[in-house]
Design a protein around this ligand. Sequence first.
Ligand SMILES: N[C@@H](CCC(=O)N[C@@H](CS)C(=O)NCC(=O)O)C(=O)O
Length: 82
Amino acid sequence: MGKVDFYYLPGCPYCAQVERVLKELDVTYQRHEVPPDSNDRTVVRQVTGQTEVPAIVDISHGIEALSGNREIVDHLRATYAE
Ligand SMILES: N[C@@H](CCC(=O)N[C@@H](CS)C(=O)NCC(=O)O)C(=O)O
């Protein structure tokens, strides 16, 4: 199974919730910290087409970009919960 790329900002409560669920479900993921100023978020913009975090890429499950804390948690639970 591939890994999930997780774009986050330290101190962001939405990101913290997504990371709790990643850990709870024992998902293999790689963290990518974004800059505080959304104008500087060039990498996440290139990869996901937008600058808001949390955002994930889960290519092995057909997700090229997903943002929105609830949408991400729903995807993770639907995909990784046993
Ligand atoms: N509705 C979004 C809110 C996420 C959000 O507000 N993220 C902040 C960081 S805590 C952000 O990246 N805002 C966009 C920006 O700063 O340009 C969610 O559910 O994930």
